[in-house]
Design a protein around this ligand. Structure first.
Ligand SMILES: [Zn+2]
Length: 320
């Protein structure tokens, strides 16, 4: 009798220990899964939550840069677009405090033809605010012929006010098509503290310099009606139209997989990584010397491949 009692005690004890072990095991597993999910959510959102994405064109140019020789014009474009992107993100933060719905970088394409990119759209209860964002760092002159000149005697571009009125026209007809009964108010925001357009016609009050943006947002927050359930439906309808393609840009040079070679680049500085040390989860980038995760490198290579070739790559293509 005593013997079997001891046996039962022993089995009981062993079972209890096993249960504790199983619980610990599942707890650990759950924690791992949780951490993995959190990491994934971070990666797929492209960094911080709700952060605007670089355009397909900019991402394509980054993917090509260092894998092939790009001309100076394109290198200048990359630098220029990257700076624009940085200041767009800063402006997003400023607008983020308002009680309204925001669409960042709405790209509209029709039959693979690029129509327009609307940098920032704010949907309020009574109006839609449309913004064209520009981050000029050098002297910009209004040529009064629908173009601006970047630096004296430098490149000419479509005037941001002309870009804005084109976007306005397209958005206006879209609103009619979608049955959205809101008026549009539109502005050009010069987002970089150094940005200024010289020789602007005196009649326009549609171009705001960086130091005026904060006041403009405050004013809109006071004047605009808060969003309603309808506003949210309009926001979803407009967002669903987004279609970004890099094909519209004739600037993107011709390339092939053979010409590009290895697709492995640093997710931080976009420098080429020629070798990944075996068995390590992190490594130092040879270009920017930041510690980078091998998973992030693989993920960027994978995304770049899809971006450049519009198909999923085989492992051999990524790593050989
Ligand atoms: Zn790097």
């Amino acid at each position: 009798m005593q013997k079997s009692f001891n046996l039962r005690m022993a089995i009981d004890g062993a079972l209890r220990a096993l249960i504790v072990e199983i619980e610990e095991y599942f707890l650990k597993k759950m924690l791992n899964i949780f951490q993995l999910l959190r990491k994934k959510a971070y990666l797929y959102s492209g960094g911080a939550k709700n952060m605007r994405k670089r355009s397909n064109l900019l991402r394509t140019l980054h993917a090509l840069n260092n894998r092939m020789v790009l001309n100076d014009d394109l290198l200048w474009d990359i630098e220029h677009y990257e700076l624009g992107y940085e200041y767009e993100c800063k402006t997003d933060v400023q607008f983020g405090k308002g009680n309204w719905f925001i669409i960042k970088g709405l790209s509209l394409t029709e039959r693979n033809e690029f129509l327009v990119q609307m940098d920032l759209i704010v949907l309020t209860g009574d109006k839609i605010l449309l913004y064209e964002l520009k981050a000029y760092t050098k002297r910009v002159n209004d040529c009064r012929d629908g173009t601006i000149e970047y630096k004296e005697g430098g490149r000419r571009y479509t005037h941001p006010l002309n870009q804005l009125s084109k976007a306005y026209g397209i958005l206006e007809s879209l609103l009619i098509k979608l049955g959205i009964p809101l008026e549009i108010e539109s502005y050009v925001l010069l987002t970089h503290p150094k940005s200024y357009i010289y020789n602007l016609p005196a009649w326009t009050d549609k171009v705001l310099i960086q130091s005026e943006i904060e006041d403009h947002i405050e004013e809109q927050m006071r004047k605009r009606q808060p969003p309603t359930r309808e506003t949210q439906i309009y926001w979803e309808k407009l967002k669903a139209l987004h279609f970004d393609t890099s094909e519209y840009n004739s600037k993107v040079p011709k390339y092939s997989y053979e010409k590009l070679g290895k697709l492995v680049k640093c997710p931080n500085c976009f420098g080429v990584i020629r070798e990944i040390p075996k068995g390590y989860r992190k490594m130092n980038c040879p270009c920017c010397s930041n510690k980078i995760s091998v998973v992030d490198i693989a993920k960027l290579a994978y995304e770049d491949y899809i971006l450049l070739f519009d198909e999923k790559p085989s492992a051999a293509k990524l790593y050989n």
